[in-house]
Ligand binder design. Sequence first.
Ligand code: PXL
Length: 295
Amino acid sequence: MKELKRVVAIHDISGFGKCSLTVALPVISAAGIETAVLPAAVLSTHTGGFTGFTYRDLTEDIQPIADHWKSLGIGFDAIYTGFLGSFEQLDLISRFFDTFKTSGNLILVDPVMADNGELYKIFTPEFAAGMSRLCRKADMIVPNLTEAALLLGESCKPGPYDEKYISELLKKLSALGPKQVVLTGVFFNEKELGAAAYDAETGEITCSFENRVPGYYHGTGDVFGSALLAAVMNGFPLSEATGIAVRFTASAIRKTAAAGTDIRFGVNFEQSIPEFLKDLGIIPDIMQTAADSNM
Ligand code: PXL
């Protein structure tokens, strides 16, 4: 048996409202990848749509945690960052990258800071500029269209988009530094929604779409990013990993919509895990059939 691949996920923990670490840990682990966590902050809920949430900033813990891991000789096949808890954390995470980057590992930055044309209320334009600097050190980034515009210092365009706009955006984002860029929230018509992936080494651009489910569901960026990384760590090329992540996220959204769950609570990714593992080739069809018949 080969040794497990190991990822470190650096995001907040929102105790309620599935997103960030409460998504990354189960999704990546289920895909057979060891997942260490470095919590950037602890909140009672995520900040999208809830009021009165508690917020414990863990900025001061980041360097001691990194130092301890370094002293133990721990390494990672991938470093995956998402929501960060303060402006100062951008520098600390940049140092973390310097410490734990190797020639063979992957730095995936999800520049979580905005959606639907707006910066999340807790972040400032300075944070967006700092996030853009952090993205320069990444091998792969996974922004949504609002974040992409902010990273480039451009104004955010409403969709539907066309292929020219998306391919130019992908190439400009890659020119910041990351060789691989996956853009989420891409749509060319009102019926379908998905993601576009660019690999600067091959020059290949591919899109993956699923039927759009009306409404805005929280935490889907984290479901997508975690599934994308899990697929890449399982050896899938970027284009196929993007398709797997789009299918998993859409499946979780469909289940949540069908149940009529409060959209702030996060999506039902848990019951889409059997399909996801089948897509990854980890469980055979026969187990999928058994899982389907239990639904
Ligand atoms: O899913 C992104 C996210 C992660 N963590 C926290 C958030 C959000 C989005 O609002 O508030 C705390």
